[in-house]
Structures are given as structure tokens and as C-alpha cells.
Design a protein around this ligand. Structure first.
Ligand SMILES: Nc1ncnc2c1ncn2[C@@H]1O[C@H](COP(=O)(O)OP(=O)(O)OP(=O)(O)O)[C@@H](O)[C@H]1O
Length: 267
């Protein structure tokens, strides 16, 4: 997947400005950045919910906005988003079946294969026992799992996740990211928790003010200087003793008014 020169205007305001990046097949790319920096907007363009003012999103070499119909794009790109469609009184298995719609035949009906894919997706997210429950009656964490199952059931090559760990307890967050990182697809995910991003992602994109200000491997990108400039926090960059991945500790700027980055630098 490749994003080239993406810009998005809303009204007279440019909210995403000339963003370019590429994701190697099967990798996990994290988008991080402060509130309002444009992360979700980039995702919305990638999963075709929003047209860009300029630039393109190429999946398998084809522009999802110009070369593909909505159905073709949905066969290649699936999304798990916060403001999902599911306010209606659907049972969980019906909600996940919506992910199969781009694969339905001319009669528009689910086949035995579609039922199997839905059941498998629910089992893989640990929600098989919820299949006959009403979606609207689930807890926030249960809804997150079902929304992930719906995106997985779509069986697209590219999976876009916008804050997928919202509402999940710590075990649920780690399990979900472990599951996502082992899927045989390319993943782009917005994450607010920088330690989860460092643990789960092969590549990080850092956004600020609608622009891409850094990208690379988590340990290269998440420096004390970048965290101070972009996120306005003091940070210590260490190593997680359990996983060997980058691990960050934070303090508010007010906690270290003088020489903060020196005081908090790794020994
Ligand atoms: N439909 C819209 N109309 C007007 N402004 C919008 C719209 N969608 C997004 N914006 C603005 O564009 C900017 C980027 O929003 P976006 O949701 O992409 O940021 P974000 O980085 O995902 O934020 P957060 O971390 O808070 O979820 C924000 O200032 C937001 O208010």
C-alpha cells in the first residue's frame, strides 16, 4: 500500500497536508500524534470514506478512489472505526456478516462459506460466545472485539484500525494487538498509547498539525526530542525488560521546568 502526496481540505482549512508513506505487505504501520493532528482523516481517505483534495492511495498498484468501485475497494481495504455503523439492533453474527457484503454473489445472500468466515472471525477475537447477543447491549470492550471481527471477516488485504484498543482492559489491549500483528494482512493503525505502538508496530508515522513530521522504526522515531516537540511531554526512552521493545516513561512539562531532557535522559 502506498499513499502519495495526500491532502485533505475541509471548508477552507487544509487538515492533512502532503502526506506520503508506504507499507510493505504484511507489516504493521502505526499512526501516532497529538489530538487533532489528522490521523483519523488519513485513515478515512485510505478506507475511502473521504476523498482527498490531492494525492492518491494505491493498494496493489490501483488507486482506491479512481480505479476501484466501492465494492472492489471494500474487497481490498477493511476498517475498524470508532463511530461504526452499529447503532441498529443487530445480533452480533449479523453485525459481523456485514463485513462479508463485498463478497456476496448476485443474489446478495450469505453462503455457508460466509457463515463459516463469520464464525471463525468471532472465535479468533474471543467473541464466539457473543454471537446471538444484541450488539447494542455489549460492553465497550466486547463491541471492540466484534468490530474487529467484522473487519477481519471482510478478508481484505489492508486492514485500517482507528484506535482499536479503546475500551479494552490491559489484557484485551495486548491480546488484540498480538492478534492483529499475526494476521496475514497489511495493517495501518492509529494508536494513542505510544508504548503499545512501540510494541506492536514495525513502522511508525508521527503526525502533527496535519503533516507527517517523522517516520521509521519505533525505537528510531520515539526520541526524547521528538516527544518533547510533538507531544509536549518529557520522556525517558528505555527498553521493556519483558519484551526488549522500546518503552517510554512520561512526565508533564510542569514536572521538570528546567533541563528536563538532560535530567530524564537514559543513563
Ligand atoms: N468533518 C470535519 N469538519 C470540520 N473539521 C474536521 C472534520 N473532520 C476533522 N476535522 C478537523 O480536522 C482536524 C484533524 O482531525 P482528525 O480527527 O483527523 O485528528 P486526529 O489526529 O485523529 O485526532 P484525535 O487524536 O483527537 O482523534 C481536527 O482539527 C478536526 O477538528
Amino acid at each position: 500500500m502506498e499513499v502519495r502526496g495526500l491532502s485533505v481540505d475541509i471548508g477552507r482549512r487544509t487538515i492533512v497536508d502532503d502526506v506520503s508513506f508506504a507499507c510493505a505487505p504484511g507489516t504493521v504501520t502505526g499512526i501516532v500524534g497529538p489530538n487533532g493532528s489528522g490521523k483519523s482523516t488519513v485513515c478515512r481517505v485510505v478506507y475511502r470514506a473521504l476523498r482527498p483534495a490531492a494525492g492518491s492511495v494505491l493498494v496493489g498498484g490501483r488507486d482506491v478512489h479512481r480505479d476501484l468501485s466501492a465494492r472492489q475497494a471494500a474487497q481490498r481495504v477493511s476498517a475498524m472505526v470508532q463511530d461504526g455503523f452499529l447503532a441498529v439492533d443487530a445480533r452480533v453474527h449479523e453485525a459481523v456478516m456485514v463485513g462479508r457484503t463485498p463478497h456476496f454473489g448476485p443474489l446478495g445472500r450469505a453462503s455457508h462459506h460466509d457463515n463459516d468466515v463469520v464464525a471463525d472471525a468471532l472465535d479468533r477475537v474471543g467473541a464466539g460466545h457473543l454471537r446471538t447477543r444484541l450488539f447494542t447491549a455489549l460492553s465497550g470492550g466486547e463491541k471492540q472485539r466484534v468490530l474487529l471481527a467484522r473487519a477481519m471477516a471482510q478478508q481484505a488485504d489492508l486492514l485500517v484500525l482507528d484506535e482499536p484498543t479503546n475500551h479494552l482492559d490491559i489484557a484485551g489491549q495486548l491480546e488484540l494487538l498480538d492478534l492483529v500483528t499475526h494476521l496475514p494482512v497489511t495493517v495501518v493503525t492509529v494508536l494513542h498509547d505510544l508504548n503499545l505502538a512501540a510494541a506492536a508496530c514495525d513502522h511508525l508515522l508521527v503526525m502533527a498539525g496535519g503533516r507527517l513530521v517523522a517516520q521509521g522504526a519505533p525505537a528510531e522515531v520515539l526520541t526524547t526530542d521528538l516527544l518533547r516537540e510533538v507531544f509536549e511531554v518529557h520522556a525517558h526512552c528505555g527498553t521493556n525488560p519483558l519484551t526488549g521493545r522500546a518503552q517510554l516513561s512520561f512526565a508533564p512539562r510542569s514536572a521538570c521546568p528546567t533541563s528536563p531532557s538532560i535530567a530524564l535522559e537514559s543513563p
